[in-house]
Design a protein around this ligand. Structure first.
Ligand code: SAM
Length: 213
C-alpha cells in the first residue's frame, strides 16, 4: 500500500519539546535526560504519523516514550501530535533507528520496543535494508530489560514468518506470544495508521510479542 499525502504541520506550533534531530544530539548521552525524569522507557521504530506514540504515551503516563522516524517530515508530523496533546512523556527523534540503537541505548535499558508495519522492501536485492535484521535483533536482546517486551506487527506474511524464524535462530527471547485483535471502538482505535488501513481493507494483520528473560 502506498502512502497518502501528509498534511502540513502548523508552522505556529512549538515543536521544541517534542522534536529532535538525531544529528543535533551527542552520540553518547543519557537519553532519559531528554525527559527530565527517569521512568521505564519504551521505543518505537518507524513511528510514521505517530498514532501509537500519542495514544500509548497518554495511556501510560508513568512511562517515557521515544519515537524514532527516519523520514523527517513524518517525524515532525508525529511530534506535532504530541505537542498538541501537550505530552510530557513522549518525543520524536528524526533519524535512523538502527544507528541510534547501536549508539545510544545501553544494555538493559528499555521496557519495550515497538515495531509496527516496517517497510517490507519487497525486492530480493533490497531485503538487506529491512529493519528486522540480525544486527538489530542483537540490539533488541541487549537493550531490553529482563521482562521487557518486543512487539512486532506487519501486514506482510512473508516478512512476519522470516522474522520469526530469524528471531528463533538469532536471539533468546520468549515467544512468539499470541496477540489478539480487538474490535475498534472509534475511527482511530487502532495501534497505528497502517493497522487502520489494513483492517479497513479487510486484510490480515500478523502480530507477535516476545519477552526477554
Ligand atoms: C510502512 S511505515 C509504518 C509507519 C507506522 N509504524 C504505521 O504502522 O503506521 C514504516 C515507517 O518506518 C520508517 N523507517 C524505515 N526505516 C527506518 C529506520 N531505519 N529508522 C527509523 N524509521 C524508519 C519509514 O520512514 C516509515 O515511516
Amino acid at each position: 500500500m502506498g502512502r497518502r499525502a501528509l498534511r502540513k504541520v502548523d508552522p505556529a506550533l512549538d515543536l521544541s519539546r517534542h522534536f529532535r534531530e538525531a544529528t543535533d544530539l551527542p552520540t553518547q548521552f543519557d537519553v532519559q535526560s531528554l525527559f527530565g525524569r527517569p521512568a521505564p522507557l519504551e521505543v518505537e521504530v518507524g513511528s510514521g504519523k505517530g498514532l501509537f506514540l500519542s495514544a500509548a504515551s497518554r495511556a501510560n503516563p508513568d512511562h517515557n516514550f521515544f519515537g524514532i522516524e527516519i523520514a523527517r517530515k513524518y517525524a515532525r508530523y508525529a511530534a506535532a501530535r504530541l505537542a498538541k496533546q501537550e505530552s510530557t512523556n513522549a518525543l520524536m527523534i528524526s533519524g535512523d533507528a538502527l544507528l541510534l540503537f547501536r549508539q545510544w541505548f545501553p544494555a538493559n535499558s528499555l521496557a519495550a520496543i515497538h515495531i509496527y508495519f516496517p517497510d517490507p522492501w519487497w525486492k530480493k536485492r533490497h531485503k538487506k535494508r529491512r529493519v528486522m535484521n540480525e544486527d538489530f535483533l542483537h540490539d533488541v536482546e541487549r537493550t531490553l530489560v529482563s521482562g521487557g517486551r518486543l512487539h512486532f506487527w506487519t501486514d506482510v506474511e512473508e516478512y512476519f514468518q522470516t522474522t520469526l524464524a530469524l528471531i528463533a535462530q538469532t536471539v533468546k527471547l520468549d515467544g512468539p506470544l499470541s496477540v489478539s485483535e480487538k474490535p475498534a471502538e472509534h475511527d482511530l482505535d487502532y495501534r497505528t495508521h497502517f493497522e487502520r488501513r489494513t483492517r479497513q481493507s479487510e486484510l490480515p494483520v500478523y502480530r507477535a510479542e516476545f519477552k526477554n528473560g
